[in-house]
Design a protein around this ligand. Structure first.
Ligand code: 7RM
Length: 635
């Protein structure tokens, strides 16, 4: 059906207008024509942001795995659903067809059932990026169990907190995982975590590394022998549209992680429809998203969105730097990847290294490049565009959140003209609004404000597990009748959005509002700089002053530090103005990052304020060792 794949800008605007004027008709048509329903809905949508309560396709019955698997079998049974690219390039890649994936999901689902899991039960999945991770996710969905995937880089404490918060009674894990040159003993982490999880009765263990592990009698079982005995047929549990599909935890600015709850029908419709257009997926394309399935990006755009479209999706177990900085490009060339989706942090890391790592490989298969997770700075955007896209593949800068379930603001490739650092236009059905501090909507263009969404979309999270009040407080209390994203954005003259970063990152210096992202952009354009982060710290006269943490490129380390500082400030002066110049600059070996690649500014703020006695929870940091090194050298 023509509506489903957008061909030009005119059609985009036409559909966009329809999605705003007649949202029910618009979404009903999408849902009707592209999905398999066991029973039709009685009501397209219903909403009340003051509660908040949102329902999509109420009355409908479905199972998302019938949409991701069964319905493809007649025409695409032998088509590859998943390409598994192992950590070690010497290990052979696996191609799993839709027929095989269907069979393996059913077997896995039958094993879960035999362990007493049924509809509505929560299952924790703590697995490396191996096919079993996607299979476990789909197996839960098959029987209506609610999966809670925990990224297998989280510590035992973080894992335990997530298991206990939603009361999982079964955990799926592996003996270990391969990450670059390292081998991690995942099972040991699970064992430690489970010491404080009384509700977990069963642990199913996938064999991956073959390392020595302990199996606890009566609790732990290898899954392979159970799978071997299980039937390849498993009837899909018929779910209500609003039945929860999964819980995924996201860290709040304070306090314990929030278990975002996503629905079945709305989530399916929105992730599938965005995937199709934002990655311009065409039959037989090979699509690769480098995220981990432990994050929302992996849920929506490695598993559900691609499979709902009958796509071929790559699951990559490794890291971008192993065995060398060319790994991404080696994999692109090897599997002839057409759509490549990654994070700015990965792009910046690879852009520091020699172009020989890129130029060795034939990247001509690439048609669309994507980025997600944080604002992409101009330098990284150009590096990606020039060297990976060869100025020939549109970059989709996709803005969205764990809470939104799917992509909200993004170009549509070959349709929306792109501008570096702009996420451009709202996707069809998405109604953004910029708000001022007083709670008034800022209309018109060339304006900046707090980014809200004023109308529901099908994939929005429905609640926080066990704490609906917190859901309201966090997202719906700041602006009346709006979903508040926590991000700031500007809208340029043609209505394009540029995400300027978390509004908690806005620093007011001498009465001027400064976003951290544009300052960091300016710094990063310096030829000796690889990455930087700006925070504010209290200043007697200006209110706040700026402190910059700067990582140098390899060559830059040999240069005179005082000269470098001067040049950096000149660069900022040029790009933004003298008001944005830094009062202090510290050269650092790394920045404290969460496991999903986000800079933990909270810690940098404390260091800048010389208040390091209590850094709060740093258990989600990827590189805690860097914090000490920064404190030692702080100014
Ligand atoms: C998908 C994901 C959400 C936060 C969000 C933003 C930031 C994400 C972009 C971006 C600028 C982008 N979910 N963010 N995408 N900022 N441009 N294209 O990352 O829940 O982990 O993070 O990430 O601040 O609020 S998330």
């Amino acid at each position: 059906m023509s509506n489903y794949s957008i061909k030009n800008l005119e059609e985009y605007f036409q559909l966009y207008r329809k999605s705003v004027r007649e949202p029910e008709n618009f979404w009903e048509e999408i849902a009707e024509e592209h999905f398999f329903w066991r029973k039709r809905w009685t009501n397209v949508m219903q909403w009340d942001f003051s509660k908040p309560e949102v329902k999509w396709f109420e009355g409908a019955k479905l199972n998302i795995t019938e949409n991701c698997l069964d319905r493809h079998l007649p025409a695409r049974g032998d088509k590859t659903a998943i390409i598994f690219e192992p950590n070690d390039p010497g290990e052979e890649a696996q191609h799993i067809s839709y027929n095989e994936l269907h069979a393996r999901v059913c077997q896995f689902a039958n094993v879960l059932k035999s362990q007493g899991v049924s509809k509505g039960d929560r299952v924790c999945i703590y697995l490396p990026m191996i096919p079993e991770l996607a299979i476990a996710v789909l197996a839960c969905a098959r029987i209506g169990a609610i999966h809670s995937v925990v990224f297998a880089g989280f510590s035992s404490q973080a894992l335990a907190a997530r298991i206990n918060d939603c009361d999982c009674k079964l955990v799926i894990t592996a003996d270990g995982s391969f990450r670059g040159a390292k081998t991690l003993n995942l099972k040991e982490i699970v064992d430690q975590g489970l010491e404080s999880c009384k509700g977990v009765k069963t642990v199913l263990v996938v064999k991956r590394t073959g390392g020595e592990i302990r199996m606890k009698d009566g609790r732990d079982q290898w899954i392979e022998p159970l799978l071997d005995k299980a039937s390849e047929d498993c009837k899909a549990e018929i779910m209500d549209a609003e039945d929860p599909l999964f819980i995924l935890y996201t860290s709040g600015s304070t306090g314990k992680p929030k278990g975002m709850v996503h629905s079945s029908a709305g989530y399916m419709v929105f992730t599938a429809y965005t995937f199709k257009n934002i990655f311009r997926y065409r039959e037989n394309d090979i699509y690769w998203c480098t995220a981990d399935i432990g994050w929302i990006t992996g849920h929506s755009y490695i598993v559900y969105g691609p499979l709902a479209n009958g796509a071929t999706t790559v699951i990559f177990e490794g890291v971008p730097t192993y065995p060398d900085y060319g790994r991404f490009w080696e994999v692109v060339a090897k599997h002839k990847v057409n759509q490549f989706y990654t994070a700015p942090t990965a792009i910046r890391a690879l852009a520091k290294e020699s172009l020989d790592f890129v130029d060795k490989y034939d990247l001509s298969s690439i048609k669309v490049l994507g980025t997600v997770g944080e604002p992409i700075n101009e330098e990284a955007w150009h590096w990606y565009n020039n060297n990976i896209g060869k100025n020939n593949s549109p970059i989709v800068d996709t803005w969205w959140q764990t809470e939104t379930g799917g992509i909200m603001i993004s170009p549509i490739p070959y349709v929306t003209p792109t501008i570096p650092t702009y996420a451009t236009l709202p996707y069809i059905g998405i109604q953004p609004a910029l708000m001022d501090e007083k709670g008034k909507e800022i209309k018109g263009n060339q304006v900046e404000g707090r980014l809200c969404i004023k109308f529901p979309w099908p994939a929005m999270a429905r609640t926080i597990w066990g704490d609906h009040q917190r859901y309201y407080d966090t997202y719906f209390s700041a602006f009346k009748n709006m979903y508040f994203t926590g991000d700031g954005a500007m809208r340029n003259a043609v209505g394009y959005y540029r995400i300027t970063g978390r509004v908690d990152d806005v620093i007011i210096v001498s009465g001027h509002n400064l976003g951290t992202a544009p300052i960091e952009d300016a710094i990063n354009e310096h030829q000796s700089v690889s990455e930087s982060a700006i925070v504010g710290y209290p200043h007697d006269i200006k209110g706040n002053a700026l402190y910059g943490f700067v990582i140098l490129k390899h060559g830059g380390e040999r240069r005179d530090r005082e000269n470098l500082k001067k040049e950096i400030n000149e660069q900022i002066s040029e790009h933004i103005g003298p008001i944005a110049k830094l009062d202090k600059i510290q050269f650092v070996p790394g920045l404290p990052k969460t496991r999903s690649g986000k800079i933990m500014r909270r810690i940098l703020r404390k260091i800048a304020a010389k208040d390091t006695s209590n850094l709060g929870d740093i258990s989600t940091l990827l590189n805690p060792e860097v914090v000490e090194a920064i404190i030692k050298d702080a100014q």
